[in-house]
Design a protein around this ligand. Structure first.
Ligand code: HEC
Ligand code: HEC
Length: 80
């Protein structure tokens, strides 16, 4: 019984470690002129689509709701 407990603690540590290592955070949307419009996802594709000037990497996570992951810097608000 004691061995099971030790194993479980050990397994939890490994899982936690892997989770930490694999934590690639989505970079913030830069605060520059190219990103003045940052709350309409359609515009992202103009530049970050396959034919844009700054296409996403091939390794980019396979989801397209940009704003679910990419947030603006804290000093910008979605007002106006
Ligand atoms: C006018 C063109 C343009 C538009 C529109 C645009 N971007 Fe960008 N974006 C760029 C360029 C150029 C870079 C810098 C790329 C680089 O340095 O590799 C960049 C960088 C980024 C980065 C940072 C990448 C990093 O490594 O830090 C993110 C995140 C990003 N854009 C998300 C978005 C999202 C989300 C939208 C839509 C709201 C968007 N962009 C719209 C041109 C654009
Ligand atoms: C599921 C979450 C998620 C969604 C949705 C998402 N991204 Fe990302 N994005 C990431 C992560 C995580 C990275 C960092 C990848 C890395 O470091 O390898 C990233 C990186 C980027 C970069 C930096 C350069 C690159 O290609 O890695 C740009 C630009 C970017 N995303 C734009 C976009 C745009 C535009 C959209 C919408 C069309 C979008 N992302 C949707 C999670 C997401």
């Amino acid at each position: 019984m004691k061995h099971v407990a030790i194993f479980l603690v050990f397994a939890a540590l490994i899982v936690g470690l892997l989770f930490t290592l694999s934590d690639t955070k989505a970079p913030r949307i830069p605060d520059n002129e190219q990103h003045l419009v940052f709350d309409v996802e359609d515009v992202c594709w103009d530049c970050h689509g396959p034919d844009g000037e700054a296409p996403r990497k091939e390794t980019h996570p396979p989801k397209d709701q940009c704003l679910e992951c990419h947030k603006v810097k804290d000093n910008r608000r979605r007002e106006e």
